[in-house]
Design a protein. Structure first.
Length: 723
């Protein structure tokens, strides 16, 4: 192989790197495997990529490299920005060494004039993800102020449409699309966390790409603080994505010998979003610390009781939860000193004796006596001004020149980068975990960071705080082996692969209205597999939207995820409790499929219909949920397809429960729903089945089993899908 041309290949993905250019290497290809290329082909690929000089341009056309530099003619988003008291603003890195394997590459480069050393790491994972990271080191004898260091991912020429997501509290991950025209589409978070409006991915692909078709590439930044994602098209037709931590002024000042490493930027691609997402899911599932045991069905107390911590009521809820098949009970906000509402108490992590005179022992003993695990809510990074902690240590709160930030939810943010503050919070949480048999923490983060300055230094502190939070999570897990942590941030405002490396699931949204959760879960699923995605059955009337839905619709929408209940079920009639138990049993019987299989979505032109499913790794079994979101303009509706099955296998396709008059206004039977039909995977994905006539906001569950495959668990008889 040429010493200047490198091919990385794994998991169906190839990356070709050309180091023959002046300055930094360029990525000639990122996408589908090309086969093992010989030196001649690699050389020809390099030659074929060289642009011509044009009128009005510079004499040596600039190329998109791993770190584009103005010194090499680059006039778009800079790879690195920084200075030494106003000088050394334009580095000219030259490669000093390249080494690697068939799946990874390390590039080192120097610029003696700005006294900077650069190490770039590239890796193609077993699932076909493409990872990049830069580390810059100050080799000079004065401080270097780093303002940005970006990672670049080239796009194919036909990537002409951009997809990202936006949102707000109670409505995260709303998709939005635009044309990728000349210029830059930028999504930034300056909230000190990704934020409810953050885009998990910046994606670009062929116009009209969907879940099942259309080549699409995307990049994610594994970082829980401020960040920047962009998609850009240049006037010379270079299309690319970027990802970087967004550094606040003065936040990273490299003293002589100091280094800064970017978070990992992780790229994925696919023919459709399902394939793109599948690479992330496969990568996460291959981690040695990925949850392996069945994900416990969880009862969370928040929407059941809020701050009303009454022991007899909570015991009754726990007893009903155990009867419904729940395996973990989580006591949410309201158990600690002075916490009767959200205006006081944060930071004082001591059991409130006025509410729990005998401590948490009575509720924990009751829960564990019923055979369930016990979990507890914390918000370790926050403090109420009305707390003993804030009164004792006002200097521990993030602030600028003694000016407290505008409050949010009557709380401020602790500066955990201060060793004393970090030790206090660690010891407080550690003491509770030491005293009680607690196996699970719901770790909340209920406000954005504003004016995030350190009272001690006067410097911006988002970067340092993010690192401190990681250390805190790691230390608690080290001291309490087996402890699981849920990442919650006023719902889904902190969802990224860095926090997921230290936690065991994310809370997808504070909104558990099943209709709202359809888009939320689909687009969270571009990054997060179902077993890491909290999905709960709420009460009959949604607390966030006031819409009312049947138990079956609420339970079906949450079915694939890390299942749970958030609802006061202490006085449910036995018939309704039995129906809830039927859904829990059905989830348990199939969670090994839901939490290891491939997530698939049908691209149906009628937006009133939603079809999604999980297909087993061997494609012998699949379960789909068909949802009638709204009334369709066609009546009866047309056919729908079941994607992702083995095209050459014949499947028995049936409803999990009969279609009843209460669910369907159809005036004759839907024939294929009366008894199983036998169809090939090819027919099911290309021709499909006639959709049932359903009332709006109703769902049915469809089972598909290969005739040559193992027997699938049957749904419990108590599962009913009537509206």
């Amino acid at each position: 192989m040429s010493p200047h041309l490198f091919q990385l290949q794994a998991g169906g993905t190839a990356v070709v790197v050309d180091a023959s250019l002046a300055g930094m290497p360029a990525i000639l290809h990122w996408g589908t495997e090309l086969g093992l290329l010989g030196q001649d082909e690699l050389g020809a690929l390099s030659t074929a990529a060289k642009p011509q000089r044009v009128s009005g341009g510079i004499d040596r056309p600039a190329r998109l490299t791993l770190l584009p530099q103005e010194a090499q003619g680059w006039q778009l988003a800079p790879g690195i920005s920084g200075h030494r008291s106003g000088t050394a603003f334009s580095p000219d890195f030259q490669v000093t060494d390249i080494s690697g394997t068939g799946t990874s590459l390390t590039v080192t480069a120097e610029d003696p004039h700005t006294s900077l050393h650069l190490t770039s790491r590239l890796e193609v994972t077993g699932s076909g993800l493409f990872k990049q990271q830069h580390m810059v080191t100050n080799t000079g004898d004065s401080a270097y102020d780093l303002t940005s260091l970006q990672l670049f991912f080239p796009l194919p020429a036909d990537a002409t449409e951009v997809l990202d997501t936006t949102g707000r509290h109670l409505k995260e991950r709303s998709p939005q699309r635009r044309d990728l025209t000349v210029g830059t589409h930028v999504r930034e978070s300056r909230r000190g966390r990704p934020g409810a409006d953050a885009s998990l991915l910046m994606a670009a692909g062929r116009r009209g790409f969907g879940f099942r078709s259309g080549r699409v590439h995307a990049v994610h930044l594994a970082w829980s603080g401020n960040h920047r994602l962009s998609a850009e098209r240049s006037i010379n037709a270079q299309n690319f994505l970027t990802a970087s931590e967004l550094l606040l002024p003065g936040e990273v000042r490299l003293q002589p010998g100091d280094s800064y490493s970017t978070p990992w930027a992780i790229g994925s691609w696919g023919n459709g979003l399902d394939e793109l997402a599948g690479r992330f899911h496969e990568h996460l599932r291959a981690r040695p610390h990925h949850p392996r045991a069945p994900r416990p069905v969880t009862m969370n107390s928040w929407e059941a009781v809020y701050f009303d911590h009454d022991l007899p009521r909570l015991k009754a809820i726990a007893s009903a939860a155990a009867a419904a098949g729940v395996e973990r009970f989580v006591l949410d906000d309201g158990w600690f000193l002075g916490r009767r509402d959200d205006t006081a108490g944060l930071g004082d992590w001591i059991v409130d004796k006025s509410v729990w005179p005998d401590g948490l022992g009575p509720i924990i003993d009751h829960v564990r006596g019923l055979g369930m695990e016990f979990g507890l809510w914390f918000e370790p990074e926050m403090v109420n001004p009305d707390s003993e902690l804030a009164r004792s240590h006002p200097e521990w709160m993030l602030q600028v020149n003694g000016r407290m930030p505008v409050p949010a939810r009557q709380q401020q943010v602790l500066n955990l980068a201060l060793p004393a503050a970090w030790e206090y919070i660690f010891n407080a949480v550690h003491s509770i975990l030491d005293e009680y048999p607690i196996s699970y923490i719901k770790w909340d983060h209920n406000r954005d960071l504003l004016d995030p300055g350190s009272a001690a230094s006067g410097q911006a502190a988002v970067h340092a705080n993010t690192k401190a939070v990681y250390r805190l999570m790691e230390a608690l897990k080290e001291h309490h082996p087996g402890l699981e942590i849920e990442s919650c941030a006023s719902g889904g405002a902190r969802v990224d692969l860095a926090v997921l490396d230290r936690t065991d699931r994310i809370w997808t949204s504070d909104c558990i209205d099943p209709l709202e959760r359809l888009d939320n879960q689909a687009y969270t699923g571009l990054l997060v597999p179902y077993e890491l995605m909290g999905a709960h059955v709420g009460g009959p009337s949604s607390h966030s939207t006031r819409r009312s839905h049947s138990l079956d619709f609420r339970a079906a929408t949450a079915l694939f995820g890390h299942y749970g209940i958030e609802w006061d079920i202490s006085d449910l009639p036995q018939a309704e409790l039995g129906a809830l138990r039927g859904w829990v049993d059905f989830h348990k019987a199939n969670r090994s499929l839901f939490h290891t299989g491939s997530s698939v979505h049908s691209d149906h032109p009628d937006t009133s219909m939603d079809v999604r499913g999980v297909v087993a790794k061997d494609r012998q079994r699949a379960i789909f949920i068909y949802t009638q979101r709204t009334a369709s303009t066609t009546y009866p509706p047309g056919p729908f397809t079941l994607p992702g099955l083995d095209p050459d296998s014949v499947y028995s396709v049936a409803l999990a429960a009969p279609l009843t008059d209460a669910a369907s206004p159809g005036q004759s039977a839907l024939e294929w729903a009366q008894k199983p039909v036998l169809l090939s995977g090819r027919i099911l994905e290309t021709v499909g089945l006639q959709a049932p006539v359903l009332f709006p906001e109703t769902a049915i569950v469809i089972m598909a089993e290969s005739m040559g495959g193992p027997s699938a668990p049957l749904p419990p008889a108590s599962v009913s899908l009537k509206e």
